[in-house]
Ligand binder design. Sequence first.
Ligand code: AVJ
Length: 298
Amino acid sequence: MIDELTQGLLARQATISPKYLYDPLGSRLFEAICELPEYYPTRTEAAIFDAHGADIAEAVGHGATLIDLGAGNCAKAARLFPLLKPAQYVPIDISADFLRGAVDSLQRRFPDIAMTALGMDFSSSLVLPDAVRRERRLFFYPGSSIGNFDPETALSFLRRLREANGDLLIGVDLIKDKAVLDAAYDDALGVTAAFNLNLLNHLNALLGADFQLREWRHRGFFHAERSRVEMHLEARRDIVVRWRGGERRFAEGERIHTENSYKYSADGFCDLLRQAGFEPAQRWTDERNPFLVCHARR
Ligand code: AVJ
């Protein structure tokens, strides 16, 4: 992890993986983002689950082992429990402590569902312990988190899910107006800015770095040709950052690339699922704020 971070900071285009946005404060800031008027994905996806819950439950069936990738506060999956009636719930998140707090209270609310919380980074490898039943696996990957991978990496990730013997219920954000996307990733209240800047706090803690947050500015915008939203942190002036074992100079205006959030067309994403060996069996969308929920069979 330390190597990954320092290499990223020293690269000509400095880059830090978005998974480092999620320290305990970052996870809470992300929860706040989901409540912003400009950030439509969470709300739109929830509306799709509400409108088509019965269909989704019929497609998925009861008694599955629901494996929640990037579960966070587990709220999305919990809302589906009454419909899907899973036999086992396996939330996975890189923010392990945050996850445990959420699962403890969830287990009290749903004592009949066997729960196994896993604090791990599933993006690099997906080794599930024996406690996770092999039959009837359903990977749940909502919120367009798949958009953090570039399409090639998304493809190999999807292949890995398929090889892990699961069907898939996935939510994917779709291409839409630039103005809507720009506002969603650079909101008026500045919560997304705080979320992005907090990455520097996390780096200070992980690396013993001396980032001063006031010297950096949030950038978040849609790049239509690349079909993705990009987030960057931009130096407000010439800065030298030091950490245990290294340093780097950033010129005024120079950026650290912190996130990509790819936006797909519904057909384009279903093609990707097919390339990964999945059969996209059913899809549900919201026309007003284009967003796709898809059930794919292995
Ligand atoms: C959690 C990756 C789906 O890309 O929309 C929200 C993260 N970044 N605002 C997204 C995020 C800035 C989010 N994902």
